[in-house]
Structure formats: C-alpha cells, structure tokens
Design a protein around this ligand. Structure first.
Ligand code: ZN
Length: 462
C-alpha cells in the first residue's frame, strides 16, 4: 500500500493552476497514448489522402495520355487523303463516254478511205479502256465513319482508339486502291482521247487527199467539204462520229459531182477540136496541132479593128451579146478572134523575143495550145485604154461581160486566182464560147474553169 503512497491523494489542496501531482503520471500516459493515436490517425489519414491524391493524379495522367492518343489517331483519320473514291465514279463515267465515242467513230470511218489499221487502233484503244473500266468499276468507297463523340475514361478512350486505328488502316488501304484505280482510269481516258484525235486527223487528211483529185466539183461542194472538215476538227468527243459521217458525206457529194463532170466531159467531147466544148490548155494541144475550123465568119455589126473572124455559132452568140451590151450602154469591140497556127507561131516568137520565154508564156500560148486557134475565143475591149490589161475587169463593159456572158454561151476563161489550174494569169478580156448550157451550168455551180468543170487535170505548165 505504501509502495504507492501517491495513490492516496493528500488533503492538501493543490493549486488550481498546477496539475495534481498524485495523478499526473497516469494522466500523462493516457494523454501520450491519445496523442500518439491522434498523430497516427492523422498520419494515416494524411497517408490515405496523399495516396488518394497520388492515385487520382496517376489516373488523371493516364486518362490524359489515353485522350492524347485518341485525339492523335482521330486526327490521322480526319487527314487521310481519300478524294479518289469520290472522284472515281465521275472519271469512270467519262471513260465510258469516251469509249462510246471511239467505237462510234470507228463505225463511222470509211475503211477504204482511211485503212483498216486506223479502225483497228481505235477499236484496240476502246477495248483496253473497257477492260480498265471493268477492272476498276468495283472499287469500294472505303471512307467509312469514325465516332464523333469523345468517350470518357482511359479504358473507353483506348478502346475507341483501337477501333479507329483498325478503321484507319482499312481506310488507308482503300484510299491507295482508289488512287491506283483513278490513275489507271485517267490514263485510259487520255489514251482513248488521243486515239480518237489521231483518227479524226487521219480521216481529215485522207479526205483532203481524195478531194484534191476530185476535179469537177462545184465551189459549193468544195466549201461544204471545208466546213465539214473544220467541224470535225473542233467537234466535242460526243459529236466526233456524226462529224466524221458528215465529212464523208461531203466527200461523197464531191465525188458524185466529179463523176457527173466526167460524164459531161465524155458527152460533151473535150477532145475533138471541132467540138464547142473542146478543152485546150498547156497540157492539151489541139489535135491535130495545126487544126483549123471550116466555118469561120465575121460577126456582123461589131467593131473588129483586127478583122479576125470566129466560128459561125460563136459569131451568132457574139452578135446577140453585143446587141444587149450596146442597149445596156456597155458596147465592146473585138480585138482578137480566130488566130491560126501560123499567126500564133509568129506572135509567140515575137513575144518571146521581146519579153523572154518565161514572161511570154504567162500571157501567150505556144502554137497549137491557144484557144484562139479553135475559133471559139475572143478578146474584147471597150476602147478605154485597158485593152489586154487587168483593168478591163473593172470597167463597166468588163463587169457586164463577166456577169452576162454565160447567157450567150461565153465564159471568162482565165479568172483571177486560177493560174495553178488554167496556166494563165487573170485575163478579164478573154472570153471563150462553150454554149449557153455549159456556161449556164458552170455559173450555177460556181465553177470558173473548164478543167474543173470537166474533171480534167490541171494545166499550170506545159
Ligand atoms: Zn485571148
């Protein structure tokens, strides 16, 4: 008992402020325990808080990382270049149209004219293009869709990221396929267009070559051909076949006129020197070369200072023409008519001596090659100073004769610009009698020279 005297509190009152000394050790131990408990509790709480905070931070960082990954792959999705699948249908439609144009043109090409190779080349280009179109017609638009709303949570973000990655890979592969298909189709379009352009160019060239041989075609028919050729050159692809057909038709029309001219020539007799339609030029001498007509006479009532006659039929026509011209106030005189082989020989020799052979041959014919030797040609003048001069064409008489001569059977034989065909410069004074039927027909068809009208070779030189 006495071992623990402090357990017995003394009656002595303690100072209020002081701790009771007797109970102090016991109370002090409790407090320490409590204090430790509090400290541990606080520490544990702090640890829990710190741990919770740390865990939150980790989770936050993890979600942020997942979100970054998600956004990166989504951005890749959004930036995939896949215009090709969208462009492909239009490109395929264009190719289909070009294949159709190539096949139509091939069908419209006249094979004897352009040759089988050209048609084969066109058909081959169309067939190759058709294969390409079939091969790439089934290319799928692999664009697909990606989720538009961003999920919450790292796991959800990662799952969404994987889904987008899978779709992205498919989409990129589809885009590559579509790029390749687009390149192939575009290439074929260019190839077909090139084949069509080559064919239309070859057709135009072949037609031009043919047309150059078709003498006897009217100016109208030649103009129609030139127009059709221009239309073909500029035609859009869809109209190429129709334009080619039109050009071929224009050529056929020219050929028909050429054949008609050949028939006319055969019927008209361009070879017999006694025929009023005999054609004499630098390639076609009179045969026999010194031939002379048997029905020459002087036209009545027309001034004829050189006194040269013409054949009877031409003389009658001249008299009728003179009567109308005089009545219209544009009378004329005859400066040349029939010139025989002998006279032409001496004239040509004197011209050659004076101007040289080359110059003389532009305005004077060699003996046997002069229309004057037929008795069907006259040189006319109005006495105004333009005799044997191009200015005669601008006189009132010259203009009247050009406009009205055909009604009496006369043509202006050597018109301006015809030298490559007729072999002589513009001679607005030289008129040739061919009869009203031929002269009227030539005028109606816009043909200015006998070589073209009768389908004869051009005669620029001897
Ligand atoms: Zn003449």
């Amino acid at each position: 008992m006495n071992e623990h005297p402090t357990e017995h509190p003394a009656p002595v009152p303690e100072p209020a402020a002081a701790e009771p000394p007797a109970s102090a050790p016991e109370q002090s131990g409790d407090r320490a325990r409590r204090r430790r408990a509090i400290i541990w509790g606080a520490a544990a709480l702090a640890a829990v808080v710190v741990a919770a905070l740390a865990l939150g931070a980790v989770r936050w960082a993890d979600e942020r990382s997942a979100r970054d990954e998600y956004r990166t792959v989504l951005e890749q999705w959004q930036t995939v270049d896949d215009d090709a699948p969208g462009a492909l249908p239009a490109e395929l439609a264009g190719l289909d149209a070009e294949i159709a144009a190539a096949r139509a043109l091939s069908a419209a090409l006249p094979e004897p004219l352009v040759g089988a190779e050209l048609k084969a080349a066109l058909d081959g280009a169309a067939a190759t293009a058709q294969q390409t179109a079939e091969q790439h017609g089934g290319v799928v638009d692999g664009r697909g869709t990606a989720a538009t709303s961003e999920p919450e949570g790292a796991a959800e973000l990662r799952a969404a990221t994987r889904r987008i990655e899978t779709a992205l890979a498919e989409r990129e592969e589809a885009a590559r396929d579509a790029d390749a298909a687009l390149a192939a189709v575009t290439g074929q379009r260019a190839a077909v267009v090139a084949a069509v352009d080559a064919a239309r160019g070859a057709l135009a060239a072949a037609v031009a070559d043919q047309a150059a041989t078709l003498t006897g075609a009217s100016a109208e028919a030649q103009q129609a051909l030139a127009t059709a050729s221009g239309v073909l050159a500029a035609a859009p692809l869809a109209e190429v076949a129709a334009s080619a057909t039109a050009l071929t038709a224009a050529l056929d029309a020219m050929r028909a006129e050429h054949e008609a001219a050949a028939e006319t020539a055969a019927a008209a007799n361009v070879d017999d020197p006694a025929s009023i339609t005999v054609v004499v030029n630098k390639q076609r001498p009179l045969n026999p070369i010194s031939w002379q007509p048997g029905d020459l006479r002087m036209p009545a009532g027309i001034p004829n200072p050189n006194g040269q006659p013409v054949r009877a039929e031409a003389a009658t026509a001249l008299e009728a023409m003179y009567a109308e011209a005089a009545a219209a106030g544009v009378p004329f005189i005859i400066t040349s008519g029939y010139r025989g082989y002998g006279l032409q020989t001496s004239l040509f020799e004197s011209y050659t001596a004076r101007d040289g052979l080359a110059a003389a041959e532009t305005y004077s014919a060699r003996p046997g090659h002069s229309e004057h030797q037929t008795g069907l040609a006259v040189d006319l003048d109005d006495g105004s100073g333009c005799a044997f001069d191009s200015c005669f064409g601008d006189t009132a008489t010259g203009r009247w004769l050009r406009e009205n001569g055909h009604r009496f059977g006369f043509i202006l034989r050597y018109d301006a610009g015809q030298e490559p065909v007729v072999g002589f410069i513009y001679e607005p004074w030289h008129f040739r009698y061919v009869g009203p039927q031929v002269a009227g027909d030539m005028r109606a068809r816009g043909i200015t020279n006998l070589e073209d009208y009768f389908g004869l070779p051009v005669a620029p030189t001897y």
